[in-house]
Each structure stands twice: as structure tokens, then as C-alpha cells.
Design a protein. Structure first.
Length: 175
């Protein structure tokens, strides 16, 4: 229960940073996708179920505040979290290369699917422009932010795991 509360708070913080602070920067027209980074990081550390739930909540926030159709982002982020959770078996402590690679690939796939759903189905076929102006800058910006924020998420996850381990052990000692 404690873990879920902390993850919800982290999702909310990422959402606020992504939709306010990083929108104010002027050197690019895009902001890093912190919610995707959060979803992939949690999924990578905790597995498919946590990734699915984190993705759903992250996508729902985007749907409610910025989406035109409720559920599109929830579905896309859920699928992303589930897919990233498949890599939880190769999770190594403090190794940043795999999470950064996962976030970068997930960002490309997510933005490509957003392009398909949001633009291509409406007859807008300017993919090279979308790729150069939106997808690539966001991928780079998100990868850089993952290098910074992943260690924080890792330390929080590690502290929560230790706390849960102590709680489980103390339950057995009480008898």
C-alpha cells in the first residue's frame, strides 16, 4: 500500500513537471516525457503488473487534462508499461544503460503510435516533419532526463523494497 501511494505521488510530480516546468523551457518545442520515463522505470524494476498500473494512471492523467478522446493515452501507456515490464527479468541494480535504452525505444514507439492515431488516420502524412520536429527531440530530451531521474526512482524503489522486506520479517517475528 505504501508503494502504491509513493508511486502515485511520483506520477503526480512527473505530470506537474512535464506539463508546467518543462513546457516553459525555450530551447526546444518539446518537453521530456517524464510520465513515460516513470512508467518504463517502474515496469523495469517491478514487472508487468506495476508497469501496467503505472502506465494506466499516467495515461489517464494525460487523457483527462490534454486528450481529445478519453482512453487513448491510457491504453498506449498501459501497453508500454506492460511491454517494459517484460524486461524486469534482466533488471540489474543501478545499471542505467538498459533503462535509458528502453525509455528511448518506448518513446519512439509511443510517439509513432500517437502519430498513427492522431495524424495518419486523419490523412496527415507528414511523418518526416513529425519525426524531425517532435519525435527525435523528445527522445533525446527524455533520454537525458532518464539519466538524471532514474537514479532517484531507483533509490526510492530500493528504499520501498527494504521497507517491505522489514515489514514482512517483522510480521513473522511478532508470533
Amino acid at each position: 500500500m505504501k508503494r502504491k501511494g509513493v508511486i502515485l505521488i511520483l506520477i503526480w510530480i512527473c505530470f506537474i513537471l512535464q506539463s508546467t516546468v518543462f513546457k516553459l523551457q525555450t530551447f526546444t518545442n518539446v518537453s521530456p516525457n517524464l510520465l513515460l520515463m516513470m512508467t518504463v522505470s517502474i515496469a523495469f524494476m517491478q514487472g508487468k503488473k506495476e508497469g501496467l498500473l503505472t502506465g494506466f494512471v499516467s495515461g489517464l492523467l494525460i487523457d483527462v487534462f490534454f486528450g481529445t478522446i478519453l482512453g487513448i493515452y491510457s491504453l498506449l501507456y498501459m501497453l508500454t508499461g506492460f511491454a517494459a515490464g517484460s524486461f524486469a527479468q534482466i533488471y540489474f541494480d543501478e545499471d542505467v544503460t538498459i533503462p535509458v535504452a528502453l525509455v528511448t525505444v518506448a518513446d519512439f514507439i509511443l510517439n509513432f503510435l500517437i502519430y498513427v492515431v492522431g495524424f495518419l488516420l486523419r490523412g496527415r502524412t507528414a511523418f518526416p516533419t513529425y519525426l524531425i520536429q517532435i519525435i527525435l527531440p523528445e527522445m533525446i530530451f527524455t533520454a537525458v532526463m532518464t539519466l538524471i531521474f532514474y537514479r532517484v526512482i531507483y533509490k526510492i524503489n530500493h528504499a520501498l523494497s527494504e521497507s517491505e522486506k522489514e515489514e514482512r520479517q517483522s510480521l513473522w517475528i511478532r508470533d
